[in-house]
Design a protein around this ligand. Structure first.
Ligand code: NCD
Ligand code: ZN
Ligand code: ZN
Length: 347
């Protein structure tokens, strides 16, 4: 713990966010743009963003939703399918439309129905990406229903990721939203071409949060939160100062009614208080001095992009989080709803 009351850091970026589309997009973009200079925007729309033209059009729609006077750059990603071609990805990368490509194992998570059924189907595209230095972003869970849901990330490392990294060591890979000590060990031991994002929720909650006094759909996201030992490993990794770990909120808004349902959607909306949420973790770990590297430096270095020059502050002021945000097109229960966070973000 520390008695520090003001923290000034380089403006951060969010290296994994779901901005959706249409009315929902227009109401959630301002939250991300208020905190972050850039964001890696996930392509799991329906239909998914698979072509350069669709990526460019999506970027324009996002930019049109950024409030006047706010400086925010969306970085678009391509959604990989069994039919993805290296040439199309490379064209998007060369034109500055695609910053990376995203691998969703088919049916692993929300909006992954068109995802990849077998990584062998996209090996030529991945080889092409490795040659041009285009990062591959991975939702790392097996989809085999015989594998326990809490083991799906660890089994993905065993069955798929270790092999991919061995076969294509030059491929730059971001293992997205890691949730296990197994993932931390894998990333720590891997080459510098392998990095990982960590969400605020996986630093704050373990799997008990989903069952506290009853079923808690707002604590449900994928990959699902794991045991306490895994949360502690993630906290250690995020606050270690290692350049392999960086901020990716995985903010994923779903309407309250879609979460509070007999078959509730996976995804936690954390964009409105993302930096406040991360700051709480870093303070609790006595590592506020490591927050800037995690939030503002390690990501751009991995993506080979310039660091942001402007600065922001976090002030130690109690910040209540609303129970519900009534937005245009969606009513969302935000992460930390009803709690008071100890920091306030100022751009
Ligand atoms: N994280 C989630 O639980 N949901 C994400 C998809 C994803 O990132 O896996 C979504 O799009 O809703
Ligand atoms: Zn995911
Ligand atoms: Zn996501």
């Amino acid at each position: 713990m520390t008695d520090q009351t003001i923290l000034s850091i380089r403006r951060p970026d969010d290296w994994h966010v779901h901005l959706r589309d249409n009315a929902v997009m227009r109401s959630v973009v301002p939250y991300t743009a208020a905190q972050f200079a850039r964001a890696i925007v996930m392509p799991n729309l329906s239909p998914p963003v698979t072509t350069v033209e669709a990526g460019a059009a999506y970027r324009e729609r996002i930019l049109a939703a950024v409030p006047q006077g706010v400086n925010f750059t969306p970085l678009i990603t391509a959604y990989l399918t069994d039919a993805s071609k290296g040439e199309e990805l490379a064209r998007g990368f060369a034109e500055g439309v695609f910053t990376a490509a995203k691998l969703y194992p088919a049916h692993a998570t929300t909006g992954s129905a068109h995802g990849v059924t077998n990584i062998a189907n996209i090996m030529p595209a991945l080889e092409h990406m490795a040659r041009i230095g285009m990062p591959l972003l991975i939702h790392g869970e097996v989809t085999d229903s015989h594998v326990d849901i809490f083991d799906r990330e660890a089994v993905f490392i065993e069955r798929t990721l270790s092999k991919l990294v061995r076969e294509l060591p030059e491929l730059r890979v971001v293992f997205e939203h890691i949730t296990t000590a197994d993932a931390v060990a894998f990333v720590d031991d891997a080459s510098d071409n392998i990095a990982a994002t960590i969400t605020p929720q996986h630093l704050h909650i373990n799997r008990n949060a989903m069952f506290e006094g009853g079923i808690r759909p707002h604590a449900y996201c994928l990959p699902v939160a794991k045991r306490e030992v895994h949360r502690l490993a993630l906290r250690k990794a995020a606050t270690s100062g290692s350049a392999k770990y960086f901020l990716g909120t995985d903010s994923a808004p779903h309407d309250k009614s879609a979460k509070e349902s007999a078959c509730g959607c996976a995804g936690i909306f954390n964009a409105p208080f993302a930096m406040e949420s991360y700051a709480a973790v870093f303070e609790e770990e006595g590592a506020l001095d490591k927050l800037e590297a995690f939030a503002s430096e390690n990501g751009p270095r991995f993506y080979r992009l310039p660091l942001n020059e402007d600065r922001v502050t976090l002030e130690r002021i109690d910040t209540p989080v609303p129970e519900l945000l009534e937005l245009d097109g969606v009513s969302v229960v935000p992460f930390h709803a009803g709690e008071t966070l100890r920091w306030r973000y100022r751009a």
